[in-house]
Design a protein around this ligand. Structure first.
Ligand SMILES: [Zn+2]
Length: 365
């Protein structure tokens, strides 16, 4: 039985590092969770829409923990021009993230249709920037008014809700890939068998991130448990099985993006009739041990290095060379218990698997 695993420079290709006090609490957890590269999401308030804002944010993150490499992204919005893309590329910005309007945290400025962005995508393809897709379409609008028949006749029911929002998005992935075959596209945090198959059917420029928590959760786990609620929501057991299978297969276009997304306890645990709970699962401080634990549970421990290091780094052209000294050592653990919460003065955060035991921990040597 393996008791020690050496993982070269784990990289998390989708993480939310927030702002101000929350950032000061959670940024050090990237390193604590075993990671030395963070692909940083731009959905701040206000969103990161220019290269200048991205560089300012990167400097704030570096001031908190300079030992992590931060790869920055822009938030796709109608204000973004092909010229901005060229400037962003020159400034070292790696990708552009698209959020469908209103689907997740701070996505009110998200997109409604992709065609208007084609000149931006053309520029991204030319300068080789990555398009990161939150692959869900918005749910059908509520049709509870007395004008229901009028509304229905104007906008036919799509039957879209959180359970099928991702499969309903996949035709957009295919048309984007067809229109821009050389544009590197990442379908973020896939949760369904349909998404896995769609990405597999695309060419080498299309990849897919998978979170740790979607390898564990299904619908039953978040229905009634707000700390397991995230977007996209975890789906059916067969969908979770598809995510596990593609990791077992060692498919090089499927790699880790944790979507680790901290929210203050009072926005997760308190929901009222007029206010639901925030979407997001917080995995950063335990990420590498959690992944080793989960991958081992379905017989994929030998795929850990590919999933958390090699495959994503290759797609993002951040491959390690032989002289890179960064190696994280995991040791088998009898009683590594996940902390109940992480506290700062004004914000507390509850991590995924709080109080539960993990079979692996990061060695301090
Ligand atoms: Zn995210």
């Amino acid at each position: 039985m393996t008791n020690t695993i050496r993982v070269p420079a784990p990289a998390d290709f989708h993480v939310h590092l927030r702002q101000e006090e929350m950032a000061r609490l959670v940024v050090p957890h990237v390193r604590k969770g075993g990671f030395s590269l963070a692909y940083v999401m731009p959905n701040l308030k206000p969103p990161i829409t220019t290269a200048a804002l991205a560089l300012e944010y990167k400097a704030q993150l570096q001031a908190i923990d300079p030992s992590v490499e931060y790869l920055m992204t822009l938030y796709l919005s109608p204000d973004l021009t092909p010229d901005d893309i060229i400037k962003a590329k020159e400034a070292g910005i790696v990708g552009v993230k698209s959020y469908p309007r209103g689907v997740t945290t701070n996505s009110d400025g998200g997109i409604e249709s992709y065609e208007i962005y084609y000149p931006v995508f053309e520029a991204m393809q030319r300068v080789d920037m990555v398009l990161n897709l939150h692959g869900e379409i918005p749910s059908d609008p509520l049709t509870v008014s007395i004008h229901v028949f009028v509304i229905l006749s104007l906008s036919p029911i799509q039957n879209t809700c959180v359970l099928n929002a991702e499969p309903h998005f996949l035709p957009h992935l295919h048309s984007l890939h067809k229109a821009f075959p050389r544009l590197r596209i990442v379908l973020e945090h896939a949760t369904t068998r349909a998404a896995v198959e769609a990405v597999k059917a695309c060419g080498p420029t299309v990849a897919c991130t998978i979170t740790a928590h979607h390898l564990d959760l299904t619908v039953d786990d978040w229905a009634g448990q707000s700390f397991h609620f995230c977007k996209p929501v975890a789906k059916y057991p067969d969908d979770r099985q598809a995510l596990r299978e593609v990791i077992l297969e060692g498919h090089p276009r499927f790699f880790l993006g944790s979507d680790s997304a901290p929210h203050p306890i009072d926005s997760k645990a308190i929901s009222t009739a007029s206010h639901g709970c925030a979407a997001g699962v917080y995995t950063a401080p335990i990420l590498l041990p959690l992944l080793a634990h989960l991958l081992e549970s379905f017989g994929a421990l030998d795929r850990l290095e590919g999933f958390v290091s090699t495959f994503g780094r290759r797609f993002y052209q951040r491959e390690l060379d032989a002289t890179d000294p960064e190696v994280i050592i995991l040791q088998r653990a009898d009683a590594f218990v996940v902390e109940d919460k992480y506290e700062a003065e004004q914000v507390d955060v509850i991590p995924f698997w709080a109080g539960k035991r993990l079979g692996w921990q990061i060695s301090s040597q």
